[in-house]
Design a protein around this ligand. Structure first.
Ligand SMILES: *Cc1c(COP(=O)(O)O)cnc(C)c1O
Length: 469
């Protein structure tokens, strides 16, 4: 049976690359892109994918070390997810959950999430994306405090260079200045503190000392704003889009202490870390923190279909449930097809022990390869990994931690070399970052590190840094 008889099969793309590019340029505005520059070159056209590999319209096979956009945790081409969507579309393609109704897929997914989430997370609110999840959280925490009779507790403290999405709320929580510049952000009621980035900001402090210092910026900000005005703190357990910034081990326990001491809500944005990226089901578990709310998206459906949400701890859920109407929701909150796909994704993660196997076997193996390849490389420093996060920073001088003046354009050049060599890595600031699908095998990990090394070496030769590389 051909599940999709209308469109051409993936083995026979309907148009030439040039035709696709011309139509794309004529009609499609790309996210986070300089459209004129992109159109002058033409986009790469990805036509199909299998496992950890992408295939483009020119027939190239590409190693996807970014899991799409940090989301295809389970790898491409899982028939069960397609089948779940197909069957659900036949059965019940849509119904809302607004007006005293519900449906089996949203019920099944909600109870499954309660099963895989940390202790005490028994409720979920659905959105279509991580951005909407964080916008939901802004409204939810303000409603929470208002319900408790403290409506002035509104301000959410977030971090410089954090990423929480691209809606007005999400981009405001995020600490990306180049996003704030467009459209008058952040909105009122959001404050930012330093990110826990030892390599950039640690100076002479040890990572442990610096982690405490960065966390105590939260305490200072609470005191500055007045605890009576502060609703919550939000952070990604590991900053993803900001450049895979892995905080010192002292950071999160101190953040937890401060949130506990001042009685503010702790929000973990688990959109990237959730569903296995750190080696635990949730990044919060890796760091042993106890958030009140967790944003989820991306790995929730392995990116096969848009779905996001907010996992709500019992302590907050109780207030919301007793607090009357929550005047918030999306047409597609708990969409039956998205829920069916996400539930199937989670069952596969469970049944095949994908996260546990990655954590116990391939992650330590790949980390060793990564460090062996780059620890002594003259062009890079701050070589780092955690679970299936891998990153390094291009540096001018390792000994003095001196970074390149035009590091971000250099990283973009380096990324282009990777793409030319059929490896998808991402450039963020002066870092090169990767987050491969959790199903990457040992031999694929070897291929990944070999390719990455080949690209960094090629760039080092181009820069004239070491001829022998
Ligand atoms: C991607 C991302 C978001 C936004 O999710 P979208 O689905 O793109 O809206 C939010 N938070 C983090 C940590 C992310 O990485």
């Amino acid at each position: 049976m051909n599940p999709n008889p209308i469109s051409p099969g993936h083995s026979s793309p309907g148009r030439s690359t040039a035709q696709y590019q011309a139509l794309d340029a004529a009609h499609h505005i790309h996210p986070f892109s300089d459209t004129a520059a992109l159109n002058a070159h033409g986009s790469r056209v990805i036509t199909h994918a299998e496992g950890i590999y992408l295939f483009d319209s020119d027939g190239n096979k590409i190693f996807d070390a970014m899991s799409g956009l940090w989301c295809v945790n389970i790898g491409y081409g899982r028939q069960e997810l397609a089948e779940a969507a197909y069957q659900q579309m036949l059965q019940l393609p849509f119904y809302n959950t607004f007006f005293k109704t519900t449906h089996p897929p949203v019920i099944e997914l909600s109870s499954l999430l309660a099963q895989v989430a940390p202790e005490g997370f028994n409720h979920v609110f659905y959105t279509n994306s991580g951005s909407e999840g964080n916008d939901t959280i802004i409204r939810m925490v303000r409603h929470y405090w208002a319900t408790l009779g403290q409506p002035q507790k509104k301000t959410i403290i977030a971090r410089e260079n954090g990423y929480h999405g691209s809606t007005i709320g999400g981009a405001s929580l995020g600490g990306m200045h180049y996003m704030h510049e467009q459209g008058d952000l952040p909105i009122p009621g959001i404050a930012h503190i330093e990110q826990p980035y030892w390599y950039a900001n640690g100076g002479e402090l040890s990572p442990k000392e610096y982690g405490l210092k960065a966390a105590r910026a939260l305490e200072q900000k609470i005191l500055e704003l007045g605890v009576e005005n502060v609703a919550a703190f939000i952070g990604e357990p590991v900053q993803g889009a900001g450049g895979i910034i892995i905080p010192p081990s002292s950071y999160w326990p101190e953040i937890q202490r401060i949130c506990d001491q001042y009685g503010i809500l702790l929000i973990a944005d688990e959109v990237i870390c959730g569903f296995g990226r750190t080696g635990s089901w949730f990044g919060s578990q890796h760091y042993g923190i106890r958030p009140h709310l967790m944003t989820i998206a991306k790995g929730l459906s392995s990116g096969y279909i848009p779905i996001g949400g907010v996992l709500i701890h019992d302590s907050v859920a109780k207030v919301l449930i007793d607090g009357g109407d929550f005047n918030h929701g999306f047409t597609y909150s708990g969409h039956p097809v998205a829920c069916a796909v996400a539930a199937t994704n989670i069952r596969i993660l469970q049944k095949e022990r994908i996260i546990e196997r990655m954590n116990e076997d391939v992650a330590p193996y790949a980390a060793q390869l990564w460090h062996d390849a780059f620890d002594h490389h003259p062009l890079v420093d701050d070589v780092r990994s955690l679970g299936f996060f891998f990153a390094l920073t291009l540096v001018e001088d390792k000994a003095s931690r001196k970074r390149f003046e035009h590091g971000s354009s250099m990283a973009l050049r380096c990324r282009d070399i990777c793409l030319k060599n059929q490896l998808v890595m991402r450039a963020t600031g002066d870092s090169m970052i990767a987050a491969p699908p959790l199903v990457m095998s040992r031999s694929q990990a070897e291929e990944f590190v070999r390719l990455a090394k080949q690209c960094i070496d090629e760039y080092a030769r181009e820069l004239g840094i070491r001829k022998d590389l």
